[in-house]
Structures are given as C-alpha cells and as structure tokens.
Design a protein around this ligand. Sequence first.
Ligand code: FES
Length: 198
Amino acid sequence: MEDSRNNRRRRFLAVVTSVFGLVGVGTLAASFVASMRPSARARAAGAPVEVDIGDLREGQMMVVEWRGKPVWIIRRSREMLSGLGTLRSKLADPDSQVEQQPVYAQNETRSIYPEILIVLGVCTHLGCAPTKNFERGISSGLSEEWLGGFFCPCHGSTFDLAGRVYKNVPAPTNLEVPPHTFLSENRIVVGVDSGRAA
Ligand code: FES
C-alpha cells in the first residue's frame, strides 16, 4: 500500500517536472526569437530600415522613419529632373561639397539612381519640417521661376528637387542624404552606407 502511494507520488513529481521544463524551454525560445527582432528602442537608436518602393509612382513621395527622423523618398519624373541642371547659380552648394553628404550624393541629382531621391525631411536651419512643393511656376505660390522643391515654413528656406539649398536663405546646407543601399531596384535599406548594390 505504502509502495503504491510512493510510486504515484514519484509519477506525479515526474510529470510536474517535465511540464515546468517544457514551459521553461518555450519561454527561453520565445525570448530568443523576440531578441532577434529590432526593438522599438533599437530602431530609435539607428537600426537600419528596409523599405519597399515598388508602389511609389512617378512624382510621389513616401516617408519612413529612421533614427526618429523622417526620411523622404521621392520618385522623380523626367520633368522634375530636367530643371536640376539649370539652377546652379541660384544654389549655395550645387555640388554638395559640404561634409554631411555621402559620396553618392555628390552629383547633380544627389542620388544613386537619378529618379530616386532620399533625404532627411529636416530643415538644416533649425530643424523644422519643410513641405514639398512640386508645382512649377506661379501655381506653386512661390515664384514664376520655381521649378519644384521644398519650402520650410518656419523661416522661408527653399530647396530644389535634389534637396539643394538656395542662396540667401537661413538654411546653411543642403538637406542631408542619409546613408542607404539599394538591395534591388525597389528595395532600399536606410542606415547602411554601402551605396549601390548589384
Ligand atoms: S528651420 Fe527651416 S528655415 Fe528655419
């Protein structure tokens, strides 16, 4: 009688131990999987952000967040690109010589592929958020000569469609081009500084 009670107790303890063991393994596995995803804190600290631009149409802009800042991605049309070469004399840094710009932004379009512009949507004067103004001419509300670009409502800085700052405005430098890499024609990683992929 005593033996059978002891056997039952041993079996019960064995079951309880294995159940707790499985729960422990499951919890560890779940924490490991969770640790592989970038946490919100890691993203804010600068983890790279992968973006699919397959649905971005000509003339459109999308916004993603990287390091807590807005990153603008614009698919420029042929017409939008056509004005860039005509503005040199009106721009403060047409060749993007100021330091904050990666090598692949030091060209007229400030981009790896001419049609895709990637810049931080943060005014280089005091950090306001400029607005896009892609209209040309008087319908832009700016001037007859305006060829499209960005306007900062805080103190009136203007930038062209490559994010290059105009002369005689408060912003001292072009909009910043963040480090980025193309994984393919329509997939970009913002925050990885290797420029063009294959
Ligand atoms: S913050 Fe943009 S012009 Fe001053």
